[in-house]
Design a protein around this ligand. Structure first.
Ligand SMILES: Cc1cc2nc3c(=O)[nH]c(=O)nc-3n(C[C@H](O)[C@H](O)[C@H](O)COP(=O)(O)OP(=O)(O)OC[C@H]3O[C@@H](n4cnc5c(N)ncnc54)[C@H](O)[C@@H]3O)c2cc1C
Length: 415
């Protein structure tokens, strides 16, 4: 595939940009693949890319019922950080964050990684204690994060109201190399690089059934016909329960809508990501000037990619207290995604009860940041047939063995 570069752009300008090829191929599905990945979100595409790049496995198809990146990957608020509490989480999230650092160069696709820093506010004594504990855990895990006081916070984020009437800002956990990236560019970059290495990405191809024989996966039924495979990866976030049912088992996952909104564009006023967990909202400013605002998840299970109306109001009302300047802004648009929540707020990466099926789900409200690390770990597991030390702790068996990886505190507003 032609390399993207300043030189290529200049050269194409002379031929009215008619010479660009499609970013990824759109092949007809073959009858059989060594590996089928269901779901062309970030995690499915990253898995395909690292299978090809790290393990030389290219007889791979990624099947997507809609368009690639159209699930949560293209709907999230793009916060990237790795300051988690538990050692297993720190390891995979920090690997992921570090892979983001030069992902644009590796994929030859500008994913617009912006390590502008992520600040998690502490607005109660309880929260202050929780963040201190997390910062100590981060130091042990060699993750760069630090506790900062109100004065430093005001410097980092001048629009903040430090002495809010209900919830004054007492401190915060600051991760300077956290930040954001362009969400759909991450999906497009992985898709282009995977396709270039021979992976077939097949959109508009919904998996409607999973074929098994003597406890082993045989293949899938799709809206474009039956396809057989030796290994099957289920990487469908909010639809994990639906796919598991097709394969004859249940997952400890609840699917709930989570929503976000953006304001009308304004001049630059916020150059970090700031999360206010007590009042339950968080914000960053996009390159276009919109304030990207995330709120809470619905309190019930559903499959609507919209979310209930009261959340938008509650989120904005809460944030107005801590960031009064946003009170006059108009909302430009609102949307939702279906997130896959586990009880301990940690993902599942592991083998399914059916031989040959591998699971990657349960990233819930915080799986954009983990796309590179998750794809890396998943690819290693699929290639070798068993999880390595990175994925090992996240196996499905942890729920029956009582080995929870409790990240409900580090998840908080949950990104
Ligand atoms: C509003 C919102 C804000 C968020 N903010 C953040 C954030 O700031 N930071 C962060 O780290 N995370 C965030 N997240 C979470 C993050 O978006 C997800 O964890 C992550 O994108 C999941 O990626 P995925 O590839 O697993 O799933 P998805 O991107 O949802 O991809 C799964 C794909 O599977 C496809 N699929 C489903 N069923 C089938 C089928 N039967 N056949 C074929 N294909 C199928 C779907 O169409 C979809 O494209 C947020 C999520 C939402 C909704």
């Amino acid at each position: 595939m032609k390399r993207y570069s300043a030189f290529a752009v200049a050269k194409e300008a002379f031929s009215y940009h008619q010479g660009w090829e499609r970013a990824w191929r759109s092949p007809e599905p073959k009858k059989h693949y060594e590996v089928i990945i269901i779901g062309a979100g970030g995690h499915g595409l990253a898995t395909a890319y690292y299978l090809a790049r790290n393990h030389g496995l290219t007889d791979v198809a990624v099947l997507e019922k809609g368009w690639l990146g159209g699930g949560n990957t293209g709907r999230n608020t793009t916060i990237i950080r790795s300051n988690y509490l538990q050692p297993a989480s720190s390891e995979i999230f920090e690997l992921s964050r570090s892979l983001y650092e030069d992902l644009s160069q590796k994929l030859n696709f500008n994913i617009m990684f912006s390590p502008r820093g992520v600040l998690m506010l502490a607005q109660t004594e309880h929260e202050l204690r929780a963040w201190k504990r997390t910062s100590h855990a981060n130091r042990l895990a060699a993750i760069s994060s630090e506790m900062v006081g109100p004065e430093r916070i005001k410097k980092l984020c001048p629009i903040i109201n430090i002495d809010g009437p209900r919830y004054p800002v007492l401190g915060g956990l600051w991760q300077p190399r956290g930040g954001t990236a362009r969400h759909d560019a991450v999906a497009w970059g992985y898709a282009r690089a995977a396709s270039d290495r021979g992976v077939d990405i097949i959109q508009q191809c919904e998996v409607t059934g999973i074929d098994r024989e003597e406890g082993r996966v045989k293949g899938v039924q799709t809206t474009r016909g039956a396809i057989t495979c030796s290994k099957l990866c289920i990487v469908v976030a909010g639809h994990s329960g639906v796919l598991a049912k097709m394969a004859g088992f249940r997952l400890p996952i609840e699917s709930v809508p989570l929503q976000a909104l953006v304001s009308e564009p304004i001049k630059p006023c916020l150059d970090i990501v700031v999360m206010a967990n007590t009042v339950h909202g968080y914000m960053s400013q996009s390159d276009k000037g919109e304030l990207v605002i995330g709120g809470g998840s619905d309190g019930y299970n559903a499959y609507t990619q919209r979310g209930s109306f009261h959340h938008a109001e509650e989120t904005v009302r809460a944030l107005c207290e801590t960031f009064p300047i946003i009170s006059r802004l108009k909302m430009l648009r609102q949307w939702g995604g279906i997130v896959d929540m586990t009880g301990d707020r940690s993902p599942i990466i592991g083998r399914a009860p059916v031989e040959g099926i591998f699971l990657n789900c349960g990233w819930g409200t915080g799986g954009f940041k983990s796309i590179p690390g998750s794809g890396w770990a998943m690819a290693a597991m699929v290639a070798k047939g068993e999880p390595d030390e990175l994925a090992g702790p996240f196996s499905l068996e942890r729920f029956s063995e009582g080995r929870m990886i409790d990240e409900s505190v580090a998840a908080a507003v949950a990104h």
